[in-house]
Ligand binder design. Structure first.
Ligand SMILES: N[C@@H](CCC(=O)N[C@@H](CS)C(=O)NCC(=O)O)C(=O)O
Length: 212
């Protein structure tokens, strides 16, 4: 039995839930984090000392945290050859985009744009927001150029890296802000939206996260 700790509104939980669904694995998800709390309890900290979601527990094994690590684990253990390329170079050429979205695009988008737009306008740092919006444009264009190569990062089927790269795009394309013109990225997002597992696990309202 696989258990995932983490609220459905967390983009990092969504990465894991979407991957589980694409692979076809059942899991039991327990709400935790944000308004659900639990992440500061000694029991939760024993699973993840960072007090962050997601945490995945596969059977009796030690709890795993870090969403991208969890998806790589699921891919390696349960994924098909398309989901988890066995050739080290084929895997690395998609994994570099997973790493990049976590370390380059993601921080600019989440901190500078997403969380800013979820603030009340009067509490928003307008200069920091504009800086982030402009900083995001060349990054979005880089991803757009990469996605001219094919329907998904690894070819005709989604792979583990698409889970890590594709999840943020629901927020990216549904928020109202000035985006770069990226037709390939938009077409990629439209393909993701058509996937039932993406619709169920990623296209989750983030209204509960808005500042009250
Ligand atoms: N690098 C970690 C980041 C985990 C993270 O920041 N999780 C957020 C939710 S997306 C969290 O737990 N926030 C505190 C909370 O929800 O209470 C990962 O990819 O799993």
């Amino acid at each position: 039995m696989i258990t995932v700790w983490g609220r459905a509104t967390s983009s990092n939980v969504q990465i894991v839930m979407w991957a589980l669904a694409e692979i076809g694995l059942e899991c039991h998800r327990i709400d935790a984090g944000h308004s659900f709390g639990k992440v500061d309890t000694p029991e939760f900290r024993a699973m993840n000392p960072n007090g962050l979601v997601p945490v995945l527990i596969d059977g009796d094994a030690e709890p795993l945290w870090e969403s991208a690590t969890i998806v790589r684990y699921l891919g390696a253990k349960y994924g098909s050859g398309a989901f988890w390329p066995t050739d080290p170079f084929e895997r690395a050429r998609v994994d570099k985009w997973a790493e990049w979205i976590k370390t380059s695009f993601g921080p600019v988008f989440l901190t500078g744009v997403f969380w800013s737009l979820l603030q009340k306008p009067e509490n928003r740092d307008a200069a920091a927001f504009t800086t982030a919006v402009e900083k995001l444009k060349p990054l979005a264009r880089m991803l757009d150029a990469r996605l001219a190569d094919g329907p998904y990062l690894g070819g005709d089927e989604p792979c583990f890296a698409d889970m890590i790269v594709g999840t943020l795009l629901y927020r990216y394309f549904t928020l109202d802000f000035d985006r770069a013109d990226t037709p390939n990225l938009r077409a990629y997002y439209d393909r993701l939206v058509a996937r039932p597992a993406y619709a169920e696990h990623v296209m989750v309202s983030y209204d509960a996260l808005r500042a009250k």
